[in-house]
Design a protein around this ligand. Structure first.
Ligand code: NAD
Length: 507
């Protein structure tokens, strides 16, 4: 038995697909896998062609026909074992995330932990799928509503959480009795393949969980495939919209989570030292490559704005930027050379549009290293028409805006095309309550900079941060990954004569 067969998480030079319980090749094209901290090519990833995707969907179709009838408690038993294996391989998974994504090892551990929490929740499948029952809905008539699996579900995921975002989807879909085809990001595909191997080792029947690696060709094949009943997508807004439209046109149920521009409102009564630390983590953690990252701090009043700017300036001077594998590093590299160029161009544009660049990460010492490094950047006096406010940068760039009052701060947030997350720092409960009640954003933190819902609540933004009605994981995932059927039954006494009734049944 080879190393990769005996150890599910062993490193692989070529990352292939996982179809019908086995690692298989498929497709003539390959992409490069690069360590963003060094710029080195560490291997390749297979890019699935139409035939490979079809193979995965057919394996899922066969498996779904049986898996739907496996009692939820038995499905849960497999999920419990999967969870045990995830804990046993926790550090290896986190290291894979850091190697291909670049985030620090501690951050990667946090990501894997939040993914495992969804597996914990999915272990409650028997309770989650209980349905509803009405005895004597009419005379001698019982009615119940049950949740049935959809069949084959596809998931398409982004680079920034290569373990957690897939785990937002497939554990819940599979707990609900579906088979799942995952298309992870081609930039950091290794963790997804490890997850498939571990789930298989836990006893999941072949074909229930398949991973096809690839790019646009694989995605578009899934979106148009007649056997795919539903699609969960997480990624940028442009692609989310494409996925939502295309899958919708093919009659599929779709949830497509898109981009974000998350603003923190800092009120004059907030504890500035704590706010500065909270903003450091929320803006620069994971190099700003989080859909819940705070990329704008709207300070209400100049006094608090000046204090926040001074605090951040001091803290940024000591931000430890480097290889996420190294202890003590606070911020790793960006994902790719292209993305680094894109983020730098936004910083240039902010300067050109008249924002004040208080800290210029383009000069940070780490930018001299190999790898895709940028220091933390801080803008002051950003105004709502500037591109650095309007567009998602997805990098270590924090914009400070100065509002005259909370109404203006809320107007700027409500007027933005995105509505993923926001937070407010204040000691005033009334202000916080009005803010959380009225703001047009899907996830709100009150003195919590990254209000990512726990696994038993659902995750989702508003406006152009989500296309579809149902959010990811939590109770909404049970709704998304099942369809309800309502059955009405009666058992009349034998040989009892019943007259024809031409009126609409009303009792
Ligand atoms: P992306 O949209 O480039 O890629 C996401 C997925 O779509 C990948 O699997 C990719 O292969 C595929 N894809 C890319 N271009 C495509 C195309 N033209 N047609 C079909 N498929 C295509 O996103 P990314 O750069 O990997 O991730 C970063 C983005 O994801 C950011 O915008 C971030 O805000 C967003 N994101 C959102 C959430 C959320 O919950 N709202 C969570 C994480 C990330």
């Amino acid at each position: 038995m080879s190393l990769s067969e005996s150890q599910p998480c062993a490193p692989r030079t070529v990352v292939d697909h996982f179809i019908d319980g086995a690692i298989v090749a498929g497709g003539r094209r390959h992409g490069e896998r690069i360590n963003p901290a060094t710029g080195e090519i560490i291997g390749t990833v297979a890019l699935a062609d139409v035939e490979t995707v079809n193979r995965a969907v057919m394996a899922s179709t066969r498996a779904a026909a049986h898996w739907r009838d496996v009692p939820p408690a038995r499905r849960a038993a497999v999920l419990f074992e999967f969870k045990r294996l995830l804990e046993a391989h926790f550090d290896e998974l986190a290291e894979k995330v850091t190697l291909e994504h670049g985030k620090t090892l501690d951050d990667a551990r946090g990501e894997v932990r939040r993914g495992i929490e969804v597996v914990d929740y999915a272990c409650g499948a028997p309770e989650l799928l209980k349905g509803e029952f009405s005895k004597n809905a009419g005379p001698g008539i019982d009615t119940w509503t049950e949740r049935q699996a959809l069949g084959v579900v596809a998931g398409i995921t982004p680079f920034n959480f290569p373990a957690m975002v897939p785990m937002w989807m497939f554990p819940m879909a599979i707990a609900c009795g579906n088979a799942f085809v995952l298309k992870p990001s081609e930039k950091d595909p290794s963790p997804a393949l490890d997850l498939a191997r571990l789930f298989s080792e836990a006893g999941l029947p072949d074909g229930v969980f398949n991973v096809v690696n690839g790019d646009v060709e694989a995605v578009n094949t899934l979106l148009g495939h007649a056997r795919v009943e539903a699609v969960s997508f997480v990624g940028s807004t442009a692609v989310a919209e494409h996925v939502y439209r295309t899958a919708g046109e093919h009659g599929k149920r779709v949830q497509a989570l898109g981009g974000a521009k998350n603003c923190a409102v800092v009120m004059a009564d907030a504890d500035v030292d704590n706010v500065v630390n909270a903003l450091m983590g929320a803006a620069y953690g994971s190099c700003g490559e989080r859909c819940m990252a705070i990329s704008v701090a709207i300070c209400v009043g100049d006094t608090v704005a000046d204090a926040v700017i001074e605090g951040l300036r001091g803290r940024l001077a000591n931000l430890v930027v480097g290889d996420g594998m190294s202890p003590g590093v606070e911020m790793g590299p960006l994902i790719s050379a292209d993305h680094l160029a894109r983020v730098r161009a936004y910083v240039d544009q902010g300067v050109a549009e008249g924002a004040e660049l208080v800290v210029d990460g383009r000069d940070h010492a780490a930018t001299g290293n190999d790898g895709y490094f940028l220091g933390g950047c801080l803008f002051d006096h950003v105004s709502p028409e500037m591109a650095v406010f309007r567009e998602e940068i997805f990098g270590p760039v924090l914009c400070v805006m100065r509002a005259a009052n909370i109404a203006q701060a809320m107007d700027w947030i409500d007027g933005h095309e995105y509505g993923n997350g926001t937070c407010i720092f204040t000691r005033d409960g009334e202000v916080a309550r009005v803010f959380s009640d009225r703001i047009r954003v899907g996830m709100v933190g009150i003195n919590v900079p990254l209000p990512v819902p726990v696994a038993w609540h659902s995750f989702g933004g508003w406006k152009r941060s989500l296309f579809g009605d149902l959010h990811a994981y939590g109770p909404d995932a049970v709704r998304f990954y099942t369809r309800t059927k309502t059955i009405t039954q009666r058992w009349p006494a034998p040989r009892r004569r019943e007259a024809a009734n031409f009126s609409f049944p009303s009792d």
